[in-house]
Design a binder for this molecule. Structure first.
Ligand code: NDP
Length: 448
């Protein structure tokens, strides 16, 4: 073990030297390298061919200016970026994030993670991620449209159905994908599957909107079934109130769970009666149409609102972090353990920081990492690409069945590579299974 620790430290020192100040990226690589370095220790071919070193350097990063005009006619400038991480097993694939916090470190961590996640789905998709430091909050529809058109005008030079296929992420939903697809189509004069998450009327897939949240719940179902348990009757905490959070709640309700929290960047609500279908429909309207704050929930339905707090101290059986990275730190992990939490499925990307992961592992909490638990979104994006290429559309039942099958296979790969005397280490299982497919493709290509 000490030998692996030394190798990991040497590897991380080099990575940090080459990528200074990119803390989120360092964190994502460390989490993967912790499992991969011991795995490749007795497999010299991966070391000789420098697979891990090559996989921690993106194929390229495109950085560009995005100019647009606000409703008062002022000229505004943002920075756009696309990180094309690795196309060893398929075209680059990954979402676009519009949020003021977007920077190179965050997009590199997301692009790196996406490569392993996409590999786990079993579909032919490489890894990428993009975005801009644009804040859609408080902007009119016309401003969002002008921004999206300007952003995609530049990005259109670098993407295509066989090159790089972006999708949504934080701040990019159906509205933004529609504006970007419309402008792309106008620029290239071709109707092609260049973005996923499109509306059903113009090439979108059934279940894509729901897929990430549903997938996080299917992953939990699989983890519990492996231990002889089920979701029915469990008390659940969900954070966030966007796309992933709301469809996580929808599926949990369908499976008989009681979800008692939702949140946004200002605080969380606690409704001990449960956020049922009627209340959830109201939240969807609040977030997608009125673009309001979650605090308004308690005025409508009662319950408690806790400003500037996260939900993890509420007693629960299961937790689903579905907002953003590093939203569970060591004190949140202790709160979850003390509150009776038995299992966590990560809807958001890298929501748990390294200290929290260690505490949860020591407490033997079943814990599905984001690259496995939220792969449902990109999996259905992959199915959207297939339907676009075949010029057909599958019905809801067919897509949902395929999604369930993909998540089951991801779960089983985690068990294959992660099961040990102390149960399944889902982090190790997902990291190793995701690595093997990409690494073997890279070996076949030689030094490129
Ligand atoms: P949305 O923009 O729909 O919702 C994001 C939610 O998280 C909002 O409630 C938002 O609150 C909250 N949030 C964002 N930033 C912060 C922050 N810094 N602190 C606290 N809360 C925050 O995004 P999605 O639901 O699409 O994405 C959520 C997570 O899921 C992200 O990690 C994303 O990368 C991941 N993911 C998404 C996929 C998808 O298909 N959409 C696929 C795979 C992963 P507020 O409104 O106040 O900003």
């Amino acid at each position: 073990m000490a030998k692996h620790d030394e190798a990991l430290e040497r590897f991380m020192q080099g990575l940090i030297r080459r990528n200074p100040n990119e803390t989120e990226f360092h964190q994502a690589v460390q989490e993967v390298a912790t499992d991969i370095i011991p795995f490749i220790a007795d497999k010299p071919v991966y070391q000789d061919m420098q697979i891990l070193e090559r996989l921690t350097e993106p194929d390229r990063i495109i950085i560009f200016r995005v100019c647009w005009q606000d409703d008062e006619g002022n000229v505004r400038t943002n920075r756009g970026m696309r990180v094309q991480w690795c196309n060893a097993i398929g075209p680059y694939k990954g979402g676009i994030r519009f949020h003021p916090s977007v920077n190179q470190s965050i997009l590199k961590f997301l692009g790196f993670e996406q490569t392993f996640k996409n590999s786990l789905t079993g579909l032919p998709m490489g890894g990428g991620k993009g975005g801009a430091d644009f804040n859609p909050k408080g902007k009119s529809d016309a401003e969002v449209m002008r921004f999206c058109q300007s952003f995609i005008t530049e990005l259109s030079r670098h993407i295509g159905p066989d090159t790089d296929v972006p999708a949504g992420d934080i701040g990019v939903g159906a509205r933004e994908v529609g504006y970007m697809f419309g402008q792309y189509k106008r620029l290239v004069n071709r109707f092609e599957g260049v973005l996923t998450g499109k509306a059903l009327e113009f090439g979108g897939s059934q279940i894509r909107t729901e897929a990430t949240g549903y997938g996080a719940v299917y992953m939990m179902e699989n983890m519990l079934a492996h231990a002889g348990e089920s979701i029915d009757g469990k008390v659940c905490l969900v954070s966030g109130s966007g796309n992933v959070a709301t469809y996580t709640v929808e599926k949990l309700n369908q499976l008989g769970a009681r979800v008692v929290t939702l949140s946004d960047s200002n605080g969380f609500i606690y409704d001990k009666e449960g956020i049922n279908a009627e209340k959830l429909a109201w939240v969807n309207d609040l977030k997608n149409k009125r673009r309001g704050r979650i605090s308004e929930y308690v005025k409508q339905f009662g319950g408690e609102y806790h400003a500037d707090k996260r939900p993890w101290a509420v007693p629960c059986d299961l937790a689903f972090p579905c907002a953003t990275q590093n939203e569970i730190d060591a004190s949140d992990a202790m709160a979850l353990i003390n509150g009776g939490c038995k299992a966590i499925s990560e809807g958001a990307n890298m929501p748990t920081d390294p200290a929290a992961i260690g505490l949860l592992r020591d407490a033997r909490i079943k814990h599905a990492p984001s690259k496995a638990a939220n792969a449902g979104g990109v999996a259905v994006s992959g199915l959207e690409m297939s339907q676009n290429s075949l010029r057909i559309s599958w019905d809801r039942g067919e897509v949902d069945d395929r999604l369930k099958g993909i998540i089951k296979r991801i779960h089983d790969q985690c068990v294959q590579y992660g099961e040990g005397k102390e149960g399944v280490d889902y982090f190790k299982g997902a990291n190793v299974a995701g690595f093997v497919k990409v690494a073997n493709a890279m070996l076949a290509y030689g030094v490129v």
